[in-house]
Design a protein around this ligand. Structure first.
Ligand code: HEC
Length: 115
């Protein structure tokens, strides 16, 4: 029993480290801003312009979350309800988008609204 607990703790620590390694947030935020406006904003703006009503989502921009929350979203990215809509975006583009979101998060030194 003790051994199991110890093993799970090691497994959790390992998984967390991998998560942090994936959530690098070291992309190009300027490109990320451009990509976010192009790929995400049509559904995630205050008055979404996506033509299909069912896709309407609430406002998202860098300042919609705190840095730790953006990290969490990135770590569980495949669980997002809209992930299937942006599979064509490359890993490097995703890194750029999340770098932009992270850098402008509500608790960052430079909160940014995607107006
Ligand atoms: C086709 C429309 C559409 C596109 C494109 C889209 N989303 Fe979404 N997204 C949704 C819908 C619908 C939901 C679920 C309702 C909600 O949470 O507003 C959602 C939910 C989310 C959530 C979870 C809600 C939250 O506040 O944590 C995140 C994060 C998210 N989207 C990020 C993105 C990012 C980043 C992109 C661009 C790479 C993107 N979305 C592109 C429609 C879309």
């Amino acid at each position: 029993m003790r051994k199991m607990v110890a093993l799970s703790i090691v497994a959790i620590m390992f998984a967390t480290q991998i998560g942090i390694a994936l959530a690098a947030m070291d992309g190009n935020p300027r490109k990320g801003r451009f990509l976010f406006r192009q790929e995400c904003r049509p559904c995630h703006m205050e008055n979404p312009i996506h033509e299909q009503q069912e896709y309407h989502a609430h406002y998202l921009g860098p300042d919609a979350k705190r840095q730790a929350e953006w990290m969490e979203v990135l770590e569980n990215i495949d669980e997002l309800p809209c992930f299937e809509h942006w599979k064509e975006i490359s890993d490097s583009d995703i890194n750029d988008i999340f770098t932009y979101l992270y850098n402008g998060a509500a608790d960052s030194p430079t909160p940014e609204r995607c107006g």
